[in-house]
Design a protein around this ligand. Structure first.
Ligand SMILES: Cc1cc2nc3c(=O)[nH]c(=O)nc-3n(C[C@H](O)[C@H](O)[C@H](O)COP(=O)(O)O)c2cc1C
Length: 366
């Protein structure tokens, strides 16, 4: 039995053993942006999940660009040293390659950890001023951000480049820019959050100007053999917001800037928007992006069952599938999918006795 999900894929100079990706997942557990033992445990566990690639959570380019006080950053030497320590160790523990998502939270910054409320930080909780394309809050009870000046844009663009350079020094195998979920770069793209009247707002071309300038500056800093991509929005799921047609156009522009892949996600641009709840709700949009923009395409969103994940790749709707909650639920999701689909995964020697034969009748005698 052969499975498309367990076939290799190449992105720029990176060879990946299969099409399974652990989606970036904020842990809200860092110390002033620094990774710690929680990240060591979390990423070490995922290094042996059977996914060829694990993407480290949204990692922020400036201190005030973090979502919460617990979010990872790459804005200081301490941040870089802490993440370098964790990544060096988790690489030794498992066989996955490691990517990183580089982000700025924009108007969704200065927030409480989800389990502490998830809303805007309140006075007395060490809150800070947020920035965005326009002075429009993310939702009711969220603080109003300050509309960015060109000086802010220049600083943030430089910060993206600096964080990416830190990620390259750490030795990440791939880099993903966060251009989705309502964070800063997406909020420039969406007409729902960008109401500027200057050259950075209004038309699609204008709304893309700042995000594309970031992509261009980062691409210039990332060697060609290191895959650089972006998580983009397939739909804002709201009248007047970004649509699948826009996603195709965004992917084409990013491809022209030299990006190697996009990951199609969606939603998150305003607090009261809810994503669809059917399995693989972004898959049809990803299929359009892949076909019409002609760029390597990953997708994410309620892909849970191995058969369905395999179907998405077999039918050519996406080149890779990313999963988040499935890997929290089952950190060996890839091993179990391999058993179901007849694929091969690498296991550490310490765990070899839990190989495919475990489910064979003879194993019952052990
Ligand atoms: C705990 C948690 C943290 C997340 N953090 C991030 C993040 O850092 N960056 C991101 O792009 N998406 C983040 N997401 C969204 C996931 O990457 C994914 O897109 C979403 O959960 C849908 O995929 P799923 O149905 O496989 O969980 C997070 C999701 C969860 C559950």
């Amino acid at each position: 039995m052969s499975s498309a999900l367990f076939s290799p894929v190449r992105l720029a100079g990176l060879e990946l053993a299969n099409r399974i990706v652990v989606s970036p997942m904020c842990q809200y557990s860092a110390d002033d942006g620094c990774a710690n033992d929680w990240h060591m445990m979390h990423l070490g566990m995922l290094a042996n999940s059977g996914a060829a690639l694990v993407v480290v959570e949204a990692t922020h380019v400036e201190r005030h660009g973090r979502i919460t006080h617990g979010c990872l950053g790459l804005y200081s030497n301490d941040n870089e040293a802490a993440l370098a320590r964790v990544i060096a160790q988790v690489r030794r523990a498992g066989s996955a390659k490691f990517g990183i998502q580089i982000a700025h939270a924009g108007r969704k910054a200065s927030a409480q950890r989800p389990w502490e409320g998830g809303g805007s930080l309140q006075p007395g909780e060490d809150n800070w001023e947020t920035i965005a394309p326009s002075a429009i809050p993310f939702g009711d009870k969220w603080q109003t951000p300050r509309a960015m000046t060109e000086a802010d844009m220049n600083r943030v663009r430089d910060a993206f480049v600096s964080s990416v350079q830190r990620a390259l020094r750490i030795g990440f195998d791939e880099i993903e820019l966060h251009m989705a979920h309502g964070y800063l770069l997406h909020s420039f793209m969406s007409p729902l959050s960008n109401k500027r009247t200057d050259e950075y707002g209004g038309s699609f071309e204008n709304r893309m100007r700042f995000p594309l300038s970031v992509a261009r500056a980062v691409r210039a800093a990332v060697p060609k053999h290191v895959p650089l991509g972006a998580r983009i929005t397939g739909s804002d799921w709201r009248e007047g917001g970004l649509t699948p047609d826009d996603a195709v156009a965004i992917a084409k522009l990013l491809k022209d800037e030299g990006l190697d892949f996009v990951c199609v996600s969606s939603g998150g641009v305003a607090a009261d928007i809810r994503n669809p709840s059917e399995p693989g709700y972004n898959v049809p949009i990803a299929a359009r992006v892949k076909k019409e923009a002609g760029i390597a395409t990953r997708t994410v969103g309620l892909i849970v069952k191995p058969d369905f994940a395999d179907h998405v790749v077999t039918t050519g709707q996406a080149d890779q599938v990313a999963m988040a909650r499935s890997f929290l639920d089952d950190p060996h999701w890839g091993w179990h999918a391999a058993k179901v689909l007849g694929g091969e995964v690498k296991r550490p020697p310490q765990y070899l006795r839990a190989g495919p034969k475990l489910w064979a009748p003879a194993a019952a005698k052990v």
